[in-house]
Design a protein around this ligand. Structure first.
Ligand SMILES: *[C@@H]1O[C@H](CO)[C@@H](O)[C@H](O)[C@H]1NC(C)=O
Ligand SMILES: *[C@@H]1O[C@H](CO)[C@@H](O)[C@H](O)[C@H]1NC(C)=O
Ligand SMILES: *[C@@H]1O[C@H](CO)[C@@H](O)[C@H](O)[C@H]1NC(C)=O
Length: 205
């Protein structure tokens, strides 16, 4: 089997075992907080209606961009909010989507710094695409602390500055890393050589 598919499958199984404990109410609160913290001028999230009547008998997968876990549709597995014209800063509430495996925010107009505790907020995310936004500031040093399961990380086409944190070398399962080196000092940390799974490293200008 292709290495990437194998490892993603394995990690999905592992994290679903780890996370059966967490309640689904927190997932609803996660989406409420996300919606509240984002500017949505196009009404792309208008299907995210949390009123009791709207929710009754429905699952979270009725919401645009939300995919629940197979067999437990009230826990968010995938969030795909790409190309929705969303504005504002990095959304709040993600730590409540406790079993989130993939977050795609590609091609919006999100701006400001990435939260310093970004990896605490997304402990089990394997696929993270924040590319084509306006995020600025340093890449959090913390990025590796809990994002240890991450396989795909795309931060390209943003406005990061500073240096590539050397902790990026601790992302043991990382397969694809896309960064951009215009404002960012793209000195590759020496330790990056330890990333045994890294297949694709794209550091464009
Ligand atoms: C949410 O759903 C309820 C019940 O279906 C409806 O009455 C209400 O207008 C909806 N709210 C929005 C903002 O669409
Ligand atoms: C998110 O949705 C877009 C548009 O449908 C699609 O091109 C993209 O591949 C999706 N992202 C993921 C991670 O599946
Ligand atoms: C980016 O998102 C906008 C909507 O905000 C959409 O019109 C455009 O086609 C998207 N571009 C790409 C390359 O997906």
């Amino acid at each position: 089997m292709d290495g990437m598919v194998f490892i993603i499958t394995w990690l999905l199984i592992l994290s679903s075992l780890l996370c059966l404990c967490s309640g689904s109410n927190s997932n609803v609160q996660c989406l409420k907080d996300l919606k509240q913290s984002l500017d949505d001028p196009n009404g792309a999230l208008s299907s995210w209606n949390f009123s009791r009547t709207a929710m009754e008998g429905h699952s979270l997968s009725q919401f645009a961009g939300v995919t629940g876990w197979p067999g437990d549709d009230n826990r968010v597995m995938l969030l795909n909010l790409s190309s929705m014209g969303l504005q504002g800063s990095f959304p709040r509430g993600l730590q409540l989507c406790t079993v989130l495996a993939s977050l795609d925010l590609r091609n919006n107009s999100l701006s400001g710094p990435l939260p310093a505790d970004i990896s605490l907020q997304m402990s089990y995310v394997k696929y993270l695409d924040l590319s084509h936004n306006r995020f600025s500031g340093e890449i959090p040093q913390d990025i590796s602390r809990w994002l240890m399961f991450i396989v795909f990380l795309d931060l390209s086409n943003n406005r990061p500055s500073g240096e590539i944190p050397h902790t990026i070398a601790d992302l043991l399962f990382l397969n694809t890393l896309n960064l951009q080196c215009n404002l960012l000092t793209c000195q590759i940390p020496e330790q990056i050589g330890y990333l045994g799974w890294l297949n694709s490293l794209n550091l464009s200008d």
